[in-house]
Design a protein around this ligand. Structure first.
Ligand code: FAD
Length: 434
C-alpha cells in the first residue's frame, strides 16, 4: 500500500475555486486525489448526443489540463456505478477521507447513503459540505421549524438570514499543491463513456453589471435574450453561487437576486417533499382526468400546435436546449390546460432537452404551471396564447426567428380552439378539485 490519500469527489461543482468541499480536502493533511465518476445509472437514460454530457466531459478535460500544466496533478475519471468505482479505489489506495459537496436530489441522497455505508465499513470517513446553495434544507424555515410553502415569506426570511451572514469565498489557489502528484490519472474519451459530441453548445453566462441593471426591464421579452443563462452553470457548478449572489447584491438589483432565491425555494421543497418529483404537491390534483392524447403531445413537442408563440418556444428548445422563462410558462400552461396533458409528460420532455434541467426547479415550475404545486398559479388563470404575443412579442421578433413559416399556408392549423379548450379545462379541473 502507498501512503494515505484523501479523495475529493467532483459532482455538481465542476470548478477549482470557491468550491467548499474541495477547499476542505486541500486543507487536510494528506495529498488529495480528485475524481469524477460518469454514473452509468444516470447515463443510460440520456440520448447519446446529450449536450450536457459533452459539457461535463469538456469541462473536466479543461480542469485536468489546468491541474496538469500548473500543479503536476490531474483528475481521475471513471465510468460505472459509484459503489463499484469506490470498491476499486479502496483496493488501490489507502484512503482516509472522501470529501464532497451535498447533492440534494432524491437519487443523489440514496447514492450518498450507500457510499457512506461502504466507506465506513472500510474505516473511511465521508465528509460532505454545503456548496451549491446559500441556504439549504432546513436553514430557512418558519418560526415553528416547518418548511415554507409560499415563496414571498420564504424570500423575506432568506434575506433576513442573509443580512446576518458573512458570506465567505473559499479561495483554493494557495492550496492546490496539496494535490496528489500524478499527471497520468485515468482518463476516458466521450466514446469510452458511450457518447458522441453534441452539436448543441451550452451557452456562456452573462452577469455583467449592464445585464443585471437592465434585467427587470428586459427579462420578460424573449426576443431580447436578456437573461443571464446561468442555469446550466449553477447546475454543474461551473460558477459559484456565492460569487453570483455577491455580484447580484453589488448591482443592487432585487429582482435578479430574487430569481436566485426561487432556485433555493424549489430546492428546499424537493428536499422536504421528495414525493413531489412525480406526485402532485396538492394531492387532489392527481384526480384530474388528463386527456393525454399522444398525437397532440407529439405536435406540442415538435412546435406544431398552430399557436406561434407556443411553437416558437418549443422550436427554440429543440434547436438550442434553452427556452425563455416567459415562454416556458406559456408552453407549460398550454400543455396542461389547453391540451389537458399530464404535467409529468411535459416535465419529462423538458428534462431531456433543457441544458439547465434541474429536478427541483423543473418539477417545481411544472407543478406551478399545472396548479398542483406550492404557491401555484390558480387553476382558473389560463394564459391566452394569442394575447401573450401582444404582451411579450409585440413586434413578432421572437416568433419570426423560430417560426418563420407562421404566416404560410403550410403552417399547422390551431390544434384546439382557445375558447373551447379553456372551458373544457375549467370543467375538468373543477370536477376533480371540488
Ligand atoms: P435568469 O432569468 O437569468 O435567472 C437567473 C437564475 O435564477 C436562473 O439561472 C435560475 O437558476 C434562477 N431562476 C430564475 N427563475 C427561476 C424559477 N422560476 N425557478 C427556479 N429558479 C429560477 N429552471 C432551471 O434552472 N431548471 C429547470 O429545469 C427549469 N425548468 C422550468 C420549467 C418550467 C415549466 C418553467 C416555467 C420554468 C423552469 N425553470 C427552470 C425556471 C426558469 O425558466 C429558468 O431558470 C430560466 O429561464 C433560466 O434562464 P436564465 O439562466 O437565463 O435565468
Amino acid at each position: 500500500m502507498t501512503k494515505k490519500v484523501n479523495i475529493f469527489w467532483f459532482r455538481r461543482d465542476l470548478r477549482l475555486d470557491d468550491n467548499l468541499g474541495f477547499y476542505e480536502a486541500l486543507k487536510s493533511e494528506h495529498p488529495v486525489l480528485p475524481i469524477f465518476i460518469f454514473d452509468t445509472s444516470i447515463l443510460e437514460k440520456l440520448p447519446k448526443n446529450d449536450a450536457r454530457v459533452t459539457f461535463i466531459f469538456e469541462t473536466l478535460q479543461g480542469l485536468r489540463q489546468t491541474l496538469q500544466d500548473e500543479h503536476g496533478s490531474s483528475i481521475a475519471i471513471f465510468k460505472g456505478k459509484p459503489e463499484d468505482t469506490y470498491k476499486q479505489l479502496i483496493s488501490e489506495y489507502d484512503i482516509e477521507t472522501v470529501f464532497t459537496n451535498h447533492d440534494y436530489e432524491p437519487y443523489a441522497t440514496e447514492r450518498d447513503n450507500s457510499i457512506k455505508t461502504l466507506l465506513e465499513k472500510n474505516n473511511i470517513e465521508f465528509k460532505t459540505y454545503k456548496d451549491q446553495v446559500i441556504f439549504e434544507k432546513s436553514e430557512v424555515v418558519k418560526n415553528d421549524g416547518k418548511p415554507y410553502m409560499v415563496y414571498t415569506p420564504y424570500m423575506r426570511k432568506w434575506k433576513e438570514k442573509f443580512r446576518n451572514l458573512d458570506l465567505e469565498i473559499f479561495y483554493t489557489n494557495s492550496y492546490l499543491d496539496n494535490l496528489i502528484e500524478h499527471s497520468r490519472l485515468p482518463n476516458l474519451s466521450l466514446a469510452d463513456i458511450g457518447f458522441e459530441k453534441s452539436s448543441q453548445e451550452i451557452a456562456a453566462y452573462d452577469v455583467t453589471p449592464t445585464l443585471i441593471k437592465n434585467y427587470e426591464a428586459t427579462r420578460n421579452f424573449p426576443a431580447k435574450d436578456a437573461t443571464s443563462r446561468l442555469g446550466p452553470h449553477l447546475r454543474f457548478g461551473t460558477v459559484s453561487i456565492r460569487k453570483m449572489v455577491k455580484k447580484a447584491i453589488a448591482e443592487d438589483n432585487e429582482v435578479f437576486w430574487q430569481e436566485l432565491i426561487w432556485r433555493e425555494f424549489f430546492m428546499q421543497i424537493l428536499w422536504h417533499f421528495p414525493h413531489t418529483k412525480d406526485k402532485a404537491f396538492k394531492p387532489k390534483y392527481d384526480r384530474i382526468e388528463w386527456r393525454n392524447n399522444e398525437e397532440e403531445f407529439k405536435k406540442w413537442c415538435a412546435g406544431k400546435t398552430g399557436y406561434p408563440l407556443v411553437d416558437a418556444g418549443m422550436r427554440q428548445l429543440n434547436a438550442t436546449g434553452f427556452m425563455h422563462n416567459r415562454v416556458r410558462m406559456l408552453v407549460g400552461s398550454f400543455l396542461c390546460k389547453h391540451l389537458l396533458i399530464d404535467w409529468r409528460w411535459g416535465e419529462a420532455y423538458f428534462a431531456e432537452k433543457l441544458h439547465d434541467y434541474d429536478m427541483a426547479s423543473n418539477v417545481g415550475n411544472w407543478q406551478w404551471v399545472a396548479g398542483s404545486g406550492v404557491d401555484a398559479s390558480p387553476y382558473f388563470r389560463i394564459f391566452n396564447p394569442t394575447t401573450q404575443i401582444q404582451k411579450f412579442d409585440k413586434n413578432l421578433e421572437y416568433i419570426k426567428k423560430w417560426v418563420p413559416d407562421f404566416q404560410e399556408l403550410t403552417y399547422p392549423k390551431q390544434i384546439v380552439d382557445h375558447k373551447e379548450a379553456r372551458e373544457r379545462c375549467l370543467i375538468r379541473y373543477k370536477s376533480a378539485l371540488d
